[in-house]
Design a protein around this ligand. Structure first.
Ligand SMILES: Cc1ncc(COP(=O)(O)O)c(C=O)c1O
Length: 378
């Protein structure tokens, strides 16, 4: 099997797993306990907080550990606005389901949701961003999970601050793939998730300029400055810390490897007459999303799966049918162009041979074998 779906999740790095192991079996203290076992667990969390903060140039006290990116997005939107009289919130039209879900929660409490559009290259235009009077919070993701398009976060944050609103960015897909600087970004709040950067699933963080911006969603314990009640997932947090450290140390090398493979992939796709979506935008180095119009059926993903290639379309699949992607719809794409959409998201385990094999399989399935061979001979 060739795994090409790293934006969905990554394997846990063996070095990360080794760092976690003692905190599952030997150092199992509760970090709230004052005895030696508890103190050891507390120290491990403190170290992980430093490691995660270093990845995004934040201060350790700005990191609030959560049960993943979804929870961090809820804490950002609902936690920041809780207790305020309902007004308006703006989110971009390409946000992840977890931001949209948090927005729905707020809407049910009377908040008005406004949409920030993107252009045909999946970009929010900061200069043209219209914010209504009464907008209290704006949320725009750092990089899109489907197309990989990267947003001009500092400009968008600046525009939001001028308006007097809070700015949140979901950096779940950007962290570990791009150099992120929370301090310089202008964001008040930023979401991270461990399992997109070779850490474990079920652990993430909200980075907050200051804790006073937030009210807890979960109550009944003083953990994480009272902002996230519940005994900490010590091993998971340690794993997040280790994954963040490796991501920081190896960032340039990883990005260079991904970019070279992605360029090779897109060169091969062009030979098949296929252009990646949002190719005119800055994109994550590991991501290419495209449609394969030559394929007549609806089962290209399934056929690739049978041939040993694990990837996704990037859009939600409900009751066996691929729903039209809200991201591609927001880019103004016609329904016809959204047929047979594939998203390749590369990881550390991918090689040039994987790309060659994938392109070969695609060419065979789409009946373009002759074109592919001719290109390769040439
Ligand atoms: C952009 C984005 N935000 C949030 C999430 C949710 O993160 P988690 O799976 O840690 O809840 C994902 C995961 O798919 C994502 O891609």
């Amino acid at each position: 099997m060739i795994y090409l779906d790293h934006n969905a999740t990554t394997p846990c790095d063996a070095r990360v797993f080794e760092a976690m192991r003692p905190y599952l079996c030997e150092q199992y203290g509760n970090p709230s306990s004052t005895h030696q076992f508890g103190r050891a667990a507390r120290r491990a969390i403190d170290r992980a907080r430093e490691q995660v903060a270093a990845l995004v140039n934040a201060r350790p006290e700005q990191i609030i550990f959560t049960g993943g990116g979804t929870e961090a997005n809820h804490l950002a939107l609902c936690g920041a606005l809780q207790g305020q009289p309902p007004a308006r919130v703006s989110i971009s039209t390409i946000e992840h389901a977890s931001v949209r879900g948090a927005m729905e929660c707020l809407a049910s409490q009377g908040w008005q949701a406004d949409s920030i559009p993107v252009d045909e290259q999946c970009r929010v235009m900061a200069g043209r961003m219209e914010l209504h009077p009464g907008t209290r919070l704006v949320s725009v993701m750092w990089a899109n999970n489907e197309t990989g398009a990267v947003q001009a976060i500092p400009a968008i944050a600046k525009r939001t601050r001028r308006h007097g609103a809070l700015f949140h960015t979901d950096a779940t897909q950007a962290a570990g793939k791009l150099a992120l600087d929370f301090a310089a970004s202008g964001a008040h709040l930023m979401t991270l998730s461990a399992h997109k950067l070779y850490g474990p699933k079920g652990v993430g963080a909200l980075v907050a300029e200051r804790a006073s911006l937030l009210k807890p969603m979960l109550r009944g314990g003083g953990q994480e400055k009272g902002l996230r009640a519940g005994t900490e997932n010590v091993a998971g947090i340690v794993g997040f810390g280790a994954a963040a450290e490796w991501a920081r140390l190896e960032l340039n090398q990883r990005a260079t490897q991904w970019r070279a493979l992605r360029d090779r992939l897109e060169e091969g796709l062009r030979a098949l007459g296929i252009t990646a979506f949002a190719a005119g935008a800055e994109r994550l180095p590991n991501t290419a999303q495209f449609s394969v119009p030559q394929f007549a059926g609806e089962t290209l993903l399934e056929k690739l799966d049978q041939s040993g290639f694990t990837l996704s379309s990037g859009s939600a699949c409900s009751s066996g049918r691929i729903a039209p992607s809200h991201v591609l719809t927001a880019m103004g794409m016609a329904r016809e162009q959204m047929r047979n959409v594939l998203r390749v998201s590369l990881g550390l385990d991918n090689s040039e041979a994987d790309i060659t094999a994938f392109l070969g399989a695609l060419a065979q399935l789409t009946g373009s074998q002759r074109v592919w061979q001719a290109q390769n001979v040439a």
